[in-house]
Design a protein around this ligand. Structure first.
Ligand SMILES: *[C@@H]1O[C@H](CO)[C@@H](O)[C@H](O)[C@H]1NC(C)=O
Ligand SMILES: *[C@@H]1O[C@H](CO)[C@@H](O)[C@H](O)[C@H]1NC(C)=O
Ligand SMILES: *[C@@H]1O[C@H](CO)[C@@H](O)[C@H](O)[C@H]1NC(C)=O
Ligand SMILES: *[C@@H]1O[C@H](CO)[C@@H](O)[C@H](O)[C@H]1NC(C)=O
Ligand SMILES: *[C@@H]1O[C@H](CO)[C@@H](O)[C@H](O)[C@H]1NC(C)=O
Ligand SMILES: *[C@@H]1O[C@H](CO)[C@@H](O)[C@H](O)[C@H]1NC(C)=O
Ligand SMILES: *[C@@H]1O[C@H](CO)[C@@H](O)[C@H](O)[C@H]1NC(C)=O
Ligand SMILES: *[C@@H]1O[C@H](CO)[C@@H](O)[C@H](O)[C@H]1NC(C)=O
Ligand SMILES: *[C@@H]1O[C@H](CO)[C@@H](O)[C@H](O)[C@H]1NC(C)=O
Ligand SMILES: *[C@@H]1O[C@H](CO)[C@@H](O)[C@H](O)[C@H]1NC(C)=O
Ligand SMILES: *[C@@H]1O[C@H](CO)[C@@H](O)[C@H](O)[C@H]1NC(C)=O
Ligand SMILES: *[C@@H]1O[C@H](CO)[C@@H](O)[C@H](O)[C@H]1NC(C)=O
Length: 418
């Protein structure tokens, strides 16, 4: 402890000696720059931006944890995690949060660079994906702040989960690029935004990934007022999700006021997805998906309220309970359904985790409501066509109730709008 403190102090002195500006993070070749980041945060006058200099690749060899209010970071250079897998795992194992970058506190502002050759947060995920290494993977960027701002950030090959807004309140995330395209093995769990917080606005994103691009889960205080809009989502993404909710029947879900709009998805497995556990409790209400374009998407509009993971079923399931879905609107969907090569590269079990009885690549919608548990639903202007040219179909388990403007026929067969 004492020697670590000394090391940090002496590096801090070094950083000050090397850089005339206390707010510019010093960089040393081949060694860990994380201590210099802390040094800049402590020596830079409060309120001034801490700058990562352009044309510099910072070695972020150990995880960074910030619990500072009124913190502004300006990422004008590149930030690189270790290329050495063992070194990353050691950092994850030693970290309390599991995040490589973790922010708490209030009024935190992190902006990136508009220069295409600068401002990248590089995680070197390819080598992990190629050998399917899932041991001690980092969560990349935890932004659990109150009053936060993220703008122009670029994440290249995140090893797994990219941005977490879990527990965040009043956060804006604009112009984010998440590029988890793999040239080899499937990039498992490369979630884009985990948005289990409140008062969140995420807009103008480009996300290529191998899990949910956007996902709202449940936490103890409720996830509410969350907007995800104006995005392109591609590669083998799992789309824009709510859930899974209700895994622990003793913890009611509480999700409300969610808007997903103006999103285009290409080659993805899901478009709009909802998933809750059999026997779950609580509710998800006032959720709107609108203006959703798809190209070559397997399940453009999908919901299930009876999910159960056979491998980890959790607490005992009460079969007649359900997370209640209330006031769901799906409006203005267009594009084509992946008929010829349904699914994606994430299928490693038999049956596949996304296997759907009855699905044949022509379903515009799969609505697996439990009896009475989908309330006040509206589907309007759903223009989705199978690539094979046959009429679109639907799988519908139970009629959503209290739905004066349901807009479709709940049947297993042709997709009919009313
Ligand atoms: C970064 O390097 C490039 C290429 O050498 C150069 O054109 C550019 O001016 C540099 N940018 C800054 C901010 O120093
Ligand atoms: C920053 O990273 C990007 C993406 O890897 C790369 O294209 C660029 O050359 C890097 N910039 C510098 C200055 O090394
Ligand atoms: C952050 O600092 C505040 C004030 O010092 C403290 O109350 C809070 O517990 C800290 N949070 C974390 C996650 O360390
Ligand atoms: C990675 O780091 C570990 C532990 O520091 C070391 O033993 C190993 O040689 C390194 N691997 C490479 C390829 O540098
Ligand atoms: C990290 O922890 C995992 C267990 O979660 C262990 O298998 C691995 O060897 C550890 N690696 C390092 C470098 O500490
Ligand atoms: C965030 O910081 C940048 C400077 O790095 C500044 O231009 C911008 O206005 C700040 N945004 C907010 C919301 O404070
Ligand atoms: C919802 O969240 C947005 C984005 O943070 C915020 O601007 C707005 O005031 C919030 N609305 C309510 C009713 O709190
Ligand atoms: C649900 O979440 C809302 C908004 O965060 C909160 O006001 C409310 O108390 C929560 N209700 C329950 C039953 O947890
Ligand atoms: C439903 O959610 C939207 C945001 O998605 C919000 O603007 C609206 O006020 C909410 N409606 C009610 C009745 O709370
Ligand atoms: C459709 O998506 C699937 C799965 O990502 C892919 O295998 C297939 O090549 C894509 N087809 C077209 C025409 O892009
Ligand atoms: C239902 O959702 C629509 C669209 O977001 C909204 O206008 C309406 O106020 C909501 N009603 C309730 C009861 O939440
Ligand atoms: C559609 O098929 C499922 C599964 O076989 C069945 O449970 C459901 O009741 C059927 N829906 C209708 C409306 O018949």
């Amino acid at each position: 402890m004492y020697s670590r403190l000394l090391a940090i102090l002496s590096l801090g002195v070094l950083a000050t000696a090397l850089s005339s500006d206390p707010c510019t993070v010093a960089h040393s070749a081949d060694s860990d720059d994380s201590p210099a980041v802390y040094a800049a945060v402590s020596s830079c006058p409060s309120g001034q931006p801490i700058v990562f200099a352009p044309n510099t690749t910072y070695n972020i060899y150990t995880p960074l944890v910030f619990n500072n209010s009124d913190l502004t970071l300006s990422i004008q250079g590149n930030l690189s995690l270790p290329e050495n897998i063992t070194q990353v795992q050691a950092g994850v194992n030693a970290s309390a949060s599991g995040f490589w970058f973790y922010f708490t506190g209030s009024r935190v502002n992190v902006t990136g660079s508009t220069d295409p050759y600068n401002g990248w947060i590089e995680s070197h995920g390819q080598q992990w994906w190629d050998v399917s290494n899932q041991v001690a993977r980092p969560h990349l960027w935890g932004f659990a702040v109150n009053d936060g701002y993220m703008y122009n950030l670029k994440f290249l090959q995140p090893i797994a989960w990219t941005v977490s807004l879990s527990g965040a309140n009043n956060v804006y995330a604009g112009n984010t690029l998440i590029d988890a395209r793999s040239t080899g093995g499937f990039p498992f769990n490369t979630d884009g935004f985990d948005a289990t917080g409140s008062n969140l606005l995420i807009e103008d994103s480009v996300i290529y990934n191998g899990d949910d691009a956007f996902a709202v889960g449940q936490n103890s205080v409720g996830s509410t007022n969350i907007t995800f809009r104006r995005a392109f989502v591609g590669f083998q993404s799992h789309g824009c999700s709510i859930g899974s909710l209700g895994k622990d029947p003793t913890k009611p879900a509480n999700v409300s006021d969610i808007l997903v709009e103006d999103v285009f998805l290409e080659n993805t497995l899901y478009g709009a997805r909802f998933k809750s556990w059999m026997g779950g409790t609580g509710f998800a209400k006032n959720v709107t998906y609108r203006n959703i374009g798809v190209r070559n998407v397997t399940f453009p509009l999908y919901l299930t309220q009876s999910y159960v993971d056979q491998n980890s079923p959790g607490a005992p399931r009460v079969n007649n309970a359900s997370v209640i879905m209330q006031n769901f609107t799906y409006e203005n969907f267009f594009g084509d359904i992946n008929t010829f090569h349904p699914g994606d590269g994430s299928c490693v079990t038999d049956p596949c985790w996304y296997y759907e009885p009855g699905a044949d690549g022509t379903q515009a919608a799969i609505l697996r409501c439990n009896a009475g548990a989908c309330q006040d639903f509206t589907l309007k202007n759903i223009n989705l066509r199978p690539q094979s040219g046959v009429p679109a179909t639907i799988l519908c388990n139970n009629l959503p109730i209290d739905s004066p403007d349901l807009g479709i026929v709940c049947q297993n067969g042709t997709f009919v709008e009313t």
